[in-house]
Design a protein. Structure first.
Length: 149
């Protein structure tokens, strides 16, 4: 059996984090940061739990990865996140100099590309990895939220 650690494999791990967020009543976005095929940070949205608008999955993952690596730059790392990062997260990713960002669902209203944000010029961006899975989880969350209100 040929087993590869590819973008889909790591996006599944990010989706597991998003499921955790869903179960906690958070907007279901999850993220993992990988270096040399090893997950060094796992995170999900904590904005409700922490009452903090900056507690996005990406921000939590950046902090955890920087702590793991012992420095602020995420050289040789890849971020996998279930939704296109917002402008705030794109700014943090820019400053971290992460060389690769892979996301699941596009966010045409609040994603960094729609908002005019940018990543570091050398950052490779891959979008749409397991997009349907990420989108369905978000849809399920917001339908449930609307039905509870």
């Amino acid at each position: 059996m040929d087993f590869r650690l590819d973008d889909a494999y790591f996006m599944k791990k990010a989706l597991q984090e998003a499921e955790t967020a869903y179960e906690l009543g958070e907007v279901p976005i999850g993220a993992v940061i990988v270096v040399q095929d090893r997950i060094i940070a796992r995170a999900h949205n904590l904005t409700e739990r922490l009452n903090d608008v900056t507690a996005h999955a990406e921000m939590q993952a950046i902090t955890a990865a920087a702590n793991f690596l012992g420095g602020k730059y995420l050289y040789n790392c890849t971020l996998y996140v279930t939704l296109e990062p917002c402008q705030m997260c794109a700014g943090a990713l820019y400053w971290s100099q992460i060389p690769r960002v892979v996301f699941g669902a596009y966010d045409p209203q609040r994603g960094f590309t729609a908002m005019g944000g940018q990543l570091h010029p050398k950052t490779e961006i891959v979008g749409g990895v397991m997009e349907n899975d990420a989108s369905e989880l978000l849809k399920r969350f917001f339908i449930k939220k609307r039905n509870l209100n």
